[in-house]
Design a protein around this ligand. Structure first.
Ligand SMILES: [Fe+2]
Ligand SMILES: [Fe+2]
Length: 397
């Protein structure tokens, strides 16, 4: 006998729309009755012991920011001021209204939308620092100022403003371990270690001056001239733009881990809301830059060699690379170990431990990056004091 199979997409019951509404109304009535019944208990609502109610209230997270919450926000403000400073430098030269045509063209070889994304990321960082400063002031807490340390030199290339900077982008060590970390199934919080696929050391991420990289250099489209055939000032400018692409992702993956780590320490729900909401934007930034950086190490742009530093951007899709640890379009976080090795793998931000993703770890990573090269010890000790206080914050209640 032929089995009767209900046709697809048909409701299991034969209720007409009117019937369905009637069902909803009777369900609503049942709920109302239930609520009336509870209300009818009146004082007998004390079926929930008063002690239990008080305990519930006491356990609720206080909305007033704690000392620890303020330490977290002060540190995050310092980080956002640092991010704002570095993104402004990128934006002046390579943003959609940037002033260096050859740098903009080289960045656009990574993706035609790069200049717009750079401008937007800059706006985001400015909004983060402005908001955090205003919020701290609104609750009577001291905002952090790094203005006394805006003394590092600007680029001399066309497009850069001649103002003092907080951060150095003219010679960077860019840690690329995030690239393999987000493709691996191990988690640094559980002891996994990841190596950079290749090394970027002492390399500029912005043009230095007009003799090294003339701003009117004609940068070819790699679809016409593969990156492996770039030479001279063209190769130099493209290597600088490629370095920027990887540096963008390095900075923002750090932000993704930092905000995740700090969220676990917040007590006030309002402060938690700030942390997870800004943190989400940092994760979004990382995701975009992860995708764009991959275009520097895949065809047709792969193979650029900086004629000055000899840095080569290899093709990570081919030997001796290739496979899931290097494939350039695997930009979604691979599921990895999380919390405990006996649990199923899970696609998550990592690290999220204080030791590896916290405030001190962030300042250490930025220092190793040479972002603070030539800043005086007082600058680093201010940042470290803020970082230690933020890492020490504990969720109360
Ligand atoms: Fe930010
Ligand atoms: Fe950011």
């Amino acid at each position: 006998m032929k089995e009767q199979v209900p046709p697809p997409f048909e409701p299991a019951t034969t209720s007409s729309p009117v019937d369905l509404r009637a069902d909803s109304v009777s369900a609503l009535r049942r709920n109302v009755k239930r609520r009336s019944f509870l209300r009818g208990l009146g004082a007998a609502g004390a079926v929930v012991p008063m002690g239990g109610l008080l305990a519930t209230k006491a356990n609720a997270a206080p909305s007033k920011p704690t000392k620890g919450d303020i330490a977290i926000l002060q540190f995050l403000l310092a980080v956002e001021l640092i991010e704002t400073d570095l993104w402004q430098q990128y934006n002046e030269l390579g943003g959609v209204n940037g002033g260096n045509p050859a740098y903009i063209a080289a960045l656009s070889n990574l993706d035609g939308d790069m200049p717009q994304y750079i401008a937007d990321n800059t706006d985001d960082e400015m909004s983060h620092s402005t908001f955090l400063k205003a919020y701290l002031e609104s609750i009577g807490a001291n905002p952090v100022s790094l203005d006394n340390f805006r003394n590092l030199p600007s680029s001399h290339a066309t497009g850069a403003r001649n103002v003092g900077r907080l951060t150095n982008l003219q010679a960077l060590n860019v840690d690329l371990s995030w690239y393999t970390r987000y493709r691996g199934t191990g988690n640094p919080d559980l002891g996994a270690a990841f190596n950079s696929p290749f090394a970027i050391t002492n390399q500029p991420a912005i043009p230095l001056n007009n003799s090294d990289t003339p701003p009117d250099t004609s940068i070819p489209d790699p679809n016409d001239t593969p990156g492996s055939q770039f030479t001279g000032a063209v190769a130099r400018m493209q290597a600088i733009a490629n370095t920027a692409g990887f540096h963008f992702a390095f900075i923002e993956q750090g932000g993704a881990s930092l905000y995740t780590t700090m969220s676990l320490k917040a007590t006030s729900l309002e402060v938690l809301r700030i942390i997870v909401s800004i943190g989400g934007a940092e994760i979004n930034h990382f995701s975009v830059w992860h995708d764009k950086a991959g275009n520097a190490v895949s065809q047709p742009l792969a193979g650029v060699v900086d004629p000055v530093s000899k840095l080569k951007f290899p093709d990570l899709n081919n030997s001796p690379f290739g496979g899931e640890s290097f494939q350039t379009n695997l930009i979604m976080p691979e599921p990895c170990q999380f919390l405990r090795a006996d649990l199923p793998e899970c696609s998550v931000i990592r690290p999220s431990s204080t030791a590896l993703g916290g405030a001190v770890a962030t300042i250490k990573a930025f220092t190793d990056d040479l972002l603070f090269f030539n800043q005086p010890p007082a600058f680093l000790s201010l940042l470290m004091d803020l970082a230690v206080a933020a890492d020490a914050a504990e969720r109360l209640g």
